[in-house]
Design a protein around this ligand. Structure first.
Ligand code: ASP
Length: 333
């Protein structure tokens, strides 16, 4: 009854005061996602999963839960789905492993948690939240992170759990291309294997709760064929994830560029120090990454419920839910 009254109040105020206020925005990765390469069935599956994640996040909002809880609810659904490159369905490393990274930041007091390079934690976002809430550290990696997750009672799985045929085939394709085109590698001289998009389906969410607090989270398997314990931007606070009292951001794309551009923090800094509005700050950050030679996208949500979802790839799985529960999901440009 109470919930119905709140919904009615929100509906009436939106009707009279116009502007739509969003309470959650999510992404499921950016990359070479084109209509031509997609079947109707696959498109429906992606849209249904994004909708399910938004509904789960929105449910937490209506129950008056925190933005951290809303982010967790949405991301767990995407991690459990083999469609996305996070949790089940993560891409393979060059060593034929699934190696996961995740992070969370709560804007209210700028607390943050992250885990990197893990192989056995079923839901990396839960481990990142546990680091934030139950440890004195911000980032744990590898075996230490797995030991910590186990001590916290989180679900531990056999690394085989993360295996999917699609990602396995993806690795073989990239390796073949790499073998055909051995090139000297540096940050500004990338090998031909990079012509095949190696990033697909990292997931992220930013939520605003009833108290006006923002949280942002990101979870990924990283990039196909990554080597030597490579860590991307997703678990790095300020690169793939950031939140303060004004805005929350989660990125997806070529992680090396997002790290070098301190992407997520840059969006917030543009708003904080240069007074830029959310859309300008977000778009400029993606433009800067493009100028550096990188690609990807990000989602951002500010304290007034405005959203931005810029990307410079062919597509980005994305969606948002408004205060009155209206859901929007999109894939292409
Ligand atoms: N940003 C992720 C990484 O570089 C990949 C992605 O977003 O698809 O690890």
């Amino acid at each position: 009854m109470k919930n119905a009254a709140v919904t009615l109040f929100i509906f009436i105020s939106t009707f009279f005061f116009g502007q739509k206020k969003y309470v959650m925005v999510i992404h499921g990765g950016a990359g070479t996602i084109t209509r031509e390469a997609m079947t109707q069935e696959k498109e429906n599956a992606y849209k249904a999963k994004l909708t399910e994640a938004l509904k789960a996040g929105y449910k937490e909002f209506t129950y008056g839960k925190t933005s951290v809880e809303a982010v967790a609810a949405a991301i767990v659904i995407l991690e459990d789905s083999p469609l996305f490159n996070a949790g089940k369905g993560a891409v393979f490393t060059s060593d034929e492993k699934n190696e996961l990274d995740a992070s969370i930041m709560s804007g209210k007091n700028k607390s943050a948690g992250a885990i990197a390079g893990v192989h056995t934690i079923k839901n990396p976002i839960k481990a990142a939240i546990a680091v934030m809430e139950k440890s004195e550290h911000v980032m744990l990696s590898g075996e230490g992170a797995e030991k910590f997750a186990k001590l916290q009672g989180l679900e531990i799985v056999d690394p085989k759990y993360f295996w999917t045929k699609e990602r396995w085939d993806g690795l073989q394709k990239v390796k073949k291309k790499e073998a055909q085109n051995p090139t000297k590698i540096s940050q500004n001289n990338l090998p031909a294997s990079y012509e095949i998009d190696q990033k697909f389906g990292t997931v992220g969410a930013v939520a605003l709760d009833r108290k006006g607090n923002i949280a942002a989270g990101t979870s990924t398997g990283g990039m196909t064929n990554k080597k030597y314990g490579r860590i991307g931007d997703a678990p790095i606070i300020g690169a793939g994830t950031y939140a303060n009292t004004q805005v929350g951001i989660s990125g997806t794309g070529w992680g090396e560029f997002f790290i070098r551009a301190t992407a997520a923090r840059t969006v917030a800094a543009k708003m904080e120090y240069l007074n830029k509005d959310l859309k300008t700050a977000a778009q400029e950050t993606i433009d800067e990454i493009e100028k550096m030679g990188g690609d990807g996208g990000l989602i951002a949500l500010d304290k007034d419920g405005n959203i931005a979802m810029p990307f410079n790839t062919a597509g980005m799985y994305r969606g948002a839910v408004s205060e009155n529960g209206e859901i929007e999901v999109e894939i292409y440009k």
